[in-house]
Structures are given as structure tokens and as C-alpha cells.
Design a protein around this ligand. Structure first.
Ligand SMILES: N[C@@H](CCC(=O)N[C@@H](CS)C(=O)NCC(=O)O)C(=O)O
Length: 196
């Protein structure tokens, strides 16, 4: 069995990017396992028949948000009190359910994203970061990292005219902070070019 934890997903960023960036930022060595498809042999090993999965010793966990929360809790990046942890969860849930769901090709509505979803999500966090340095508590948490990854991903998905330093200067600062981290820089340097 591998000594280091492994994260298995497709080559693209998709649902694995938050955990890949978190592990890189936290300087946790991990095996970044990528697959082309989920074949029958792999599918039967997956708790929900889908990727990503995270393996830590003999512990296996699925569901991208849960994987990210597990990593954050294990490496003290999830908030220091129950209330901080809950506010961190709120950010993770908002980004998955309000933003990522809206990117699904079947229901993609670009005007709604630009006029409603981006201001609702990124406007909120940008305003909060005008008043304080961290979204939750008195140090960086996975909530800040989630917002950075989502901000950068939305730009990558073709919305950099709508989501950028002019509209969201505090989020641009957050991006600069995470991208100045050596682990994140290494990850970005090696990240393959993909469409999603
Ligand atoms: N709720 C799950 C969704 C996982 C999911 O939809 N995985 C997709 C890729 S993003 C998948 O494994 N697709 C391949 C398949 O179903 O065969 C999560 O957040 O991890």
C-alpha cells in the first residue's frame, strides 16, 4: 500500500482541484492518480461509482466536498472552533451547490452566471475581505483556498472579463497570496492543460 495518500480523478481540474491545491498548499506529499475513464473494474471499487476518491492508508473516502473537508480537518486548515468549521463548510457548500452546479453544460446559463451567480458568490467574499484578512477566524482556512480556486477556475472557464481584479480586487489579492506559496506554484507548473 502506498505510503503517501492518493487522490484519484480524471486529468482535468473538475471536482478534484480543490483537494489537489489544498494538499499542495499544505505541503502534503500525495500521489495524483489520473484515469481516462471509469471502467467496470474501477467502478466497483468506488464507494459511489464515481471519482474523485481519496485514499489515506486503508481509509477511502469519496465525494469531493467531503474529501476536501477531511484534508482540511486532518491538517488543521478547517477552522479552530465548531462555529469556524461550520462557517468554512458554508463557503464550501456555497461554491459547490451555487457555483459549480451552475457550470453544468446541461443547464449552463451564461447571463445568469454573470449577472446573478458571480456577484452573489464572488461579490460577497470580496466585500468580506475588504473588512478582514481571512474569511473565517484569524488565519487562512480551506474556505479562503476554495474561493481562490473557484475564482481562478471561473477565469479559466472563459469568464475572465467578468471575474477579474477590477471587479474583485480582494480576490485577486487572495489569488496572489495562494500563488506565492511554493507548493501551489509547483502544482500549477506541473498541472496539465485540460479543458475542464
Ligand atoms: N457528488 C460527487 C460527484 C462525482 C462525479 O460526478 N464524478 C464524475 C466526474 S466529475 C464521474 O466520476 N464521472 C464518470 C462516471 O460517472 O463514469 C462528488 O462531488 O465527488
Amino acid at each position: 500500500m502506498s505510503e503517501v495518500p492518493s487522490l484519484t480523478y480524471f486529468k482535468g481540474r473538475g471536482f478534484a482541484q480543490f483537494s489537489r491545491v489544498a494538499l499542495s498548499y499544505l505541503n502534503v506529499p500525495f500521489e495524483n492518480v489520473t484515469v481516462e475513464t471509469v471502467d467496470d473494474a474501477l467502478r466497483e471499487k468506488l464507494p459511489y461509482g464515481q471519482l474523485p476518491i481519496f485514499r489515506d492508508g486503508d481509509f477511502v473516502v469519496a465525494q469531493s466536498q467531503t474529501i476536501a473537508r477531511y484534508i482540511a480537518k486532518k491538517y488543521n486548515f478547517a477552522g479552530k472552533t465548531l462555529q469556524e468549521e461550520t462557517k468554512v463548510d458554508e463557503v464550501i457548500s456555497a461554491i459547490h451547490s451555487d457555483l459549480f452546479t451552475a457550470l453544468s453544460p446541461a443547464t449552463l446559463d451564461k447571463e445568469k452566471l454573470k449577472n446573478i451567480t458571480f456577484p452573489k458568490i464572488f461579490g460577497k467574499y470580496n466585500n468580506e475581505l475588504k473588512e478582514k484578512k481571512y474569511l473565517v477566524g484569524d488565519s487562512y482556512t480551506i474556505a479562503d483556498l476554495y474561493v481562490y480556486v473557484a475564482y481562478e477556475y471561473i477565469q479559466f472557464r472563459g469568464f475572465s472579463e467578468d471575474v477579474n481584479a477590477t471587479q474583485y480586487p480582494q480576490l485577486e489579492e487572495l489569488k496572489k497570496y495562494f500563488e506565492s506559496n511554493a507548493g501551489v506554484q509547483e502544482y500549477l507548473k506541473n498541472r496539465p492543460e485540460t479543458q475542464f
